[in-house]
Design a protein around this ligand. Structure first.
Ligand SMILES: [Zn+2]
Ligand SMILES: [Zn+2]
Length: 262
């Protein structure tokens, strides 16, 4: 089982100051086999609007690939906000550049984001969570431009509720439909280890859900720290790889020009 970090942000994302070179050095230090940069692009992030400079981002990662080619495999990707209000722009952008890997993430639902809480106004926790999973299902049914679905239940991090935890069983039918759709489309999920900060014992999603994905036939999985600072690169990745092995996965998946490496 290889150990990878396939979800990292740098100063090319609006919410990070991290130097990509520092990420690479930390990844080598952490004994990772491969990494992929996945800076953000959302077409409708209502606040902190920021446009990724894709050309500079590409040039800088290309240089790092060359510089470190004998030490670690480096891929160039993007975390694309999947948003049904911007289907065409999203597909056009992904097709325009030679990304190795695309994470599809739900950050905004009909112009409402989670971080500042708009999405939760006037909803019970159960209503909000159900709507989030239903929208996620619609996105994975609609979009084909991504390789793995990012942080499937990270909505757990947000919301004005004292107990923010997601009770997956309440929505398991929808989550199963999300998994089955991904499997049918030859796509995967990630364990996003930023969840360890909030949930302590697991990432997003928890290992029961990863097991469920495996039992339904899912075999494409990645590991990502969602690092916005270099000290977090590689964190918990070895642990996740071990869990994957226990569940039965033979290896993580890696990608080149959006195709799974054999
Ligand atoms: Zn994200
Ligand atoms: Zn991210």
């Amino acid at each position: 089982m290889r150990v990878i970090d396939y979800h990292m942000h740098t100063y090319f994302s609006g919410d990070s100051q991290a130097n990509p070179r520092e990420h690479v050095l930390q990844a080598i230090q952490m004994n990772l086999d491969e990494i992929c940069f996945t800076d953000h692009r959302d077409f409708d992030y209502p606040i902190d609007s920021f446009e990724l400079d894709i050309d500079s981002y590409y040039q800088e990662i290309k240089q790092l690939q060359e510089e470190f080619q004998d030490q670690i495999k480096i891929k160039w990707g993007i975390e694309m906000g999947l948003d049904l209000d911007h289907e065409k722009e999203i597909n056009d952008l992904i097709n325009k550049y030679p990304f190795d890997f695309v994470i599809g993430s739900i950050h905004v639902i009909h112009h409402q984001e989670f971080y500042y809480g708009d999405f939760f106004k006037g909803k019970t926790k159960e209503q909000a969570h159900r709507e989030f999973f239903e929208e996620t299902l619609k996105c994975v049914q609609t979009f084909d431009c991504f390789n793995v679905l990012g942080h499937i239940d990270y909505i757990v991090r947000y919301g004005p509720y004292q107990d923010k935890t997601v009770d997956h069983r309440l929505y398991q039918d929808i989550i199963d439909e999300i998994f089955l759709t991904l499997i049918k489309k030859n796509k995967g999920i990630e364990v996003n280890t930023s969840g360890y900060r909030d949930l302590k014992t697991c990432g997003f999603p928890n290992y029961e859900q990863v097991q469920r994905f495996y039992d339904l036939g899912g075999r494409i999985i990645t590991i990502g720290t969602d690092s916005h600072t270099s000290d977090r690169v590689g964190q918990h990745c070895h642990e996740v790889a071990k869990k994957y092995q226990e569940i039965g996965f033979e290896d993580v998946s890696t990608f080149t020009q959006r195709k799974r490496d054999i």
